[in-house]
Design a protein around this ligand. Structure first.
Ligand SMILES: CC(C)(COP(=O)(O)OP(=O)(O)OC[C@H]1O[C@@H](n2cnc3c(N)ncnc32)[C@H](O)[C@@H]1OP(=O)(O)O)[C@@H](O)C(=O)NCCC(=O)NCCS
Length: 187
């Protein structure tokens, strides 16, 4: 076990805790920009989206912080079929008979860990912590449809592919939509 005795503590005193994302949106987007690769124009667009998302019912966020510095975050919300993300993925899920996953499901909207702090279990802790805090019986998300660390992490937590090659308007790469029962699988 990597972190004996401290489920929510990590090496170098990184702590996983609830995050007031609206108050820390610029720090969070700085992490996302370096982890995922966002330009200044994309950060400005995401900023408005994040602030709107945090007003939605059940929206929640957790951060990984060390010495007052945010080094990772996750946020999400109960799915709403009227939300933009849901309307994009719905036809793809329907084709495979999976569109019931859009009901009673907690959406992981973003999960990012600063590259210097990756591969130490922070991403796993963030996503299991936020899904443990929700009442929904399952979780869905989208990830770029490639063999990335993110896809490997999600599969190890029990997420399975519900649709592949999903195209979001303006996104250059296709995404996979994945779903998992909650609570997420532990090793
Ligand atoms: C995805 C991400 C958040 C994972 O965070 P992390 O803190 O590095 O993840 P963890 O240390 O908890 O890793 C958990 C699992 O991820 C996978 N993983 C992590 N880094 C990996 C790497 N470099 N190569 C292959 N698999 C890797 C492994 O399956 C790992 O399992 P393990 O615990 O058995 O080793 C992080 O890689 C990241 O921010 N990536 C860039 C942004 C991104 O793609 N976000 C997701 C958008 S959908």
């Amino acid at each position: 076990m990597r972190f004996p005795g401290h489920g929510h503590r990590h090496p170098e005193d990184v702590v996983i805790a609830p995050l007031n994302l609206a108050a820390h949106v610029d720090e969070a987007l700085a992490v996302q920009a370096i982890a995922f690769g966002l330009g200044a124009d994309e950060v400005a667009v995401r900023r408005q989206i994040v602030l709107r998302h945090m007003t939605y019912p059940g929206a929640n966020a957790f951060g990984a912080t060390t010495q007052g510095r945010l080094v990772g975050f996750v946020y999400g919300m109960p799915n709403n079929r009227a939300h933009w993300w849901s309307t994009v993925v719905e036809p793809y899920l329907r084709t495979g008979g999976h569109d019931a996953w859009l009901d009673d499901s907690f959406v992981i909207t973003e999960l990012h860990v600063h590259p210097h702090f990756q591969n130490r279990g922070l991403g796993r802790s963030l996503i299991t912590t936020i899904t443990d805090a929700t009442a929904e019986p399952r979780s869905i998300l989208s990830a770029i449809d490639t063999d990335s660390p993110a896809r490997g992490l999600y599969r190890s937590l029990g997420y399975e592919d519900l649709a592949r090659q999903v195209l979001f308007p303006s996104a250059p790469k296709p995404y996979a939509v994945m779903g998992a029962p909650l609570p997420l699988r532990r090793r």
